[in-house]
Design a protein around this ligand. Structure first.
Ligand code: PRX
Length: 650
């Protein structure tokens, strides 16, 4: 098996759904699983017709020409009509769509009817700038309401959005805008993080000064009164363009396969992949999973996904899923430790949050901060707790269960990816007996298989996770690169989608995700490519060669460790190492800055010249790693050399 599949520890605690929860749950038996197993296409067709409102019904549920899928062929719908208009037409326009909470403590509440007005106005602004169905728009914003408004406005008129996480650099903006040929960037002057206004607009300016020549206009929302530089004719204030915009913008029916968005994610090469999602299938699966995995009761629930919309979790489970299901959501701008380490629990208490969806890395941080933080708040409104982004260790699962869930709430550990669009492997809270650390089983209508190196099925033990049948919210490809789509996902194992993760199957048929088996790191639930960081390291004028590995980190899961060899004429020093780390921060964005840079005289390689990353990972894990530069001491080098001698990764 692959080097990254670690030691599997048997976890034998089990947690059946609490009987009082199961009694009132939307589903509490095997019915959906049985229905989907009997005929998965018929199952998804039923969900599509029940959960989605179509302008024109589809003729064919699935057209599958491996690896290219079309779902709900012939169907027409508008995703924003599903997220907004139909709730208003049903008399629920006054229902709150979002309780938005700014980091400094300011709040804004927007109803479904008010949200529709904003979306229509902004859609008319986009039209006024000449944007048309099929165009692409980049969005680089903080967690403010203008962000979902901008996304929905694009979707209303068939413009594909490409949201770029606010922590990314100017270079990252250029790469993404160039690749997608974005005509517009929607941004803000800044957003509040950790108690201060963090500027965003200057990064957009830097990007436009160096590239992104397809961008014709920039729209800037004013969040922090930062008074950014505004370029005449190119840059427009959000409030100015919205002032006279008409609130009348009918939802035009779109083909089920109309491109909804592109979201870039890191792969094993230096170039991020533009993952494409389309309308009908995506909406069906995110609405289905949001409803059943979180047991959503729109009349009474207050749902909160504490992710950032810059990642797929926010696309599917802050914007499209919750709005399609007509629930009230909380949306929070800032960091969980501002102004105090109980910020999340204060929000849960004040809004009486019923579902909380967060990441294992956040839970481990809360554990460090101590149980007294949640204990000082009334969390009794919570009904379901969710996690996403990385494997959750059983201790973190138990802490979440005991200290946030009062030992009485179901936990849904949801495995999925940017590429899958929606949940794939997760318990259903009223049905599944959970085990701490296991994402349990595939959802109804999704089918997984673990295989060994030869593609042979593994019925018990470790293997590569594959998905064996198409699913509605699957990626439709990589923007501009169908060959890469085929090669990355569909070539390793014939006829199967290769997810890039290792997993273990236990005797009860439960899946235990073990992390990536490729050169992708998972830092705080964010995917970062080792190759991308290596390219940024060697981009520094003093670096000759670099190797990057994900070391183990108590809080972030993995931490980026960079080993670098200096070019001749450079003396190793802590200052130089820090400069190199900073360089990566500037090239890729802060989230990709290595935690530690280790300056080494040489890198261990196989006879064929492949860097022995496993060895470097072992070395990294054997050391105390700080936010620093470490000069390789002779001991490390000797250790590397010694291990290289008796190991071969070919
Ligand atoms: O390795 C898996 C891990 O995150 C990867 C997908 O990352 P991304 O596309 O950024 O999407 C993250 C949010 C959906 C997967 O290949 N991953 C995600 N959720 C889990 C997980 N690993 C284990 N358990 C999970 N629940």
């Amino acid at each position: 098996m692959s080097e990254t599949i670690g030691v599997f520890e048997v976890e034998d605690r089990t947690f059946p759904p609490p009987p009082e929860f199961a009694a009132q749950a939307l589903t509490n038996d095997q019915g959906l699983y049985e229905e989907a197993a009997a005929d998965f296409e018929a199952f998804w067709a039923r969900q599509a017709r029940e959960l989605v409102t179509w302008n024109k019904d589809f003729d064919t549920t699935l057209e599958w020409e491996l690896p290219f899928a079309k779902w709900f062929v012939g169907g027409e719908l508008n995703i924003t009509a599903n997220c907004l208009d139909r709730h208003i037409e049903a008399g629920r326009g006054d229902k709150v769509a979002y309780h938005w909470e700014g980091e400094p403590g300011d709040t804004r509440t927007i109803t479904y009817a008010e949200l529709l007005v904003e979306v229509c106005k902004f859609a008319n602004v986009l039209k006024g700038l000449g944007l048309e169905k099929g165009d692409r728009v980049a969005i680089y914003m903080p967690m403010i309401l203008e962000l979902p408004i901008a996304m929905l406005a694009c979707a209303r008129i068939g413009v594909a959005h490409s949201v770029i996480f606010g922590g990314f650099s100017a270079d990252a903006i250029v790469d993404r805008c160039d690749d997608a040929q974005a005509r517009l960037i929607i941004t803000a002057d800044g957003g509040y993080r950790k108690g201060a206004a963090a500027p965003l607009k200057p990064t957009v300016d830097d990007a436009l000064a160096s590239g992104a020549s397809s961008v014709e206009n920039v729209i800037v929302a004013n969040r922090c009164d930062l008074d950014p530089n505004m370029v005449d004719g190119r840059d427009h204030w959000w409030h100015d363009v919205m002032a006279d915009a008409s609130p009348d913008c009918p939802a035009e029916p779109m083909d089920a396969e109309q491109l909804l968005y592109i979201l870039y994610t890191s792969g094993t090469t230096a170039k991020p992949k533009g993952i494409m999602h389309t309308t009908g299938g995506y909406l069906t699966q995110v609405a289905f999973t949001h409803k059943y995995v979180f047991d959503i009761k729109p009349e009474t629930d207050i749902y909160w996904c504490a992710a950032d919309i810059g990642w797929v979790t926010g696309h599917s489970y802050i914007v499209y899923g919750p709005l399609a299901n007509g629930v009230t959501s909380v949306m929070y701008e800032g960091t969980p430790d501002t102004p105090g380490k109980d910020r999340l629990w204060d929000i849960v208490e004040r809004y009486k949050v019923t579902q909380l969806y967060t990441a294992p890395t956040a839970i481990r941080m809360f554990m460090k901060w101590g149980a007294q933080e949640p204990a000082s708040h009334d969390l009794s409104s919570l009904r379901v707790l969710g996690t996403v982004g990385e494997p959750i260790n059983p201790e973190a699962w138990m802490w979440y269960h005991d200290h946030i869930g009062g030992s009485a709430r179901p936990i849904v550990d949801t495995w999925w990816q940017t590429e899958t669009g929606g949940h794939m492997i997760t318990p259903l809270p009223g049905v599944t007996t959970t085990k701490p650390g296991s994402a349990c089983t595939t959802i109804p209508g999704v089918f997984a298989e673990l295989v060994d190196d030869d593609g042979e099925s593994v019925s018990n033990g470790g293997g590569y996770l594959t998905i064996t049948k198409p699913w509605p919210s699957m990626l439709r490809g990589i923007w501009g690169d169908p060959q890469r789509y085929q090669d990355t996902y569909w070539s390793r194992f014939e006829g199967k989608y290769f997810a890039g993760d290792g997993a273990k199957l236990d005797d009860d048929g439960y899946l235990w995700l073990l992390g990536r088996v490729d050169d992708v790191m998972n830092v705080s639930g964010h995917r970062i490519s080792t190759t991308e960081v290596e390219s940024a390291l060697v981009d520094h004028s003093s670096v000759a060669e670099a190797a990057v590995v994900g070391g183990t980190d108590d809080v972030t899961g993995q931490a980026i460790i960079g080993y670098v060899i200096l070019r001749g004429g450079n003396e190793p020093s802590e200052a130089l190492g820090d400069e190199i780390r900073e360089h990566v921060g500037v090239k890729l964005g802060k989230i990709a800055r290595p935690k530690t840079v280790i300056i080494v005289p040489d890198l261990p390689k196989t006879r064929s010249g492949k860097i022995m990353r496993r060895l470097l990972r072992d070395v990294a894990d054997g050391r105390q790693l700080g936010d620093t530069t470490t000069l390789a001491d002779p001991g490390v080098v000797a250790e590397i050399a010694e291990r290289a001698a008796d190991s071969d990764e070919d």
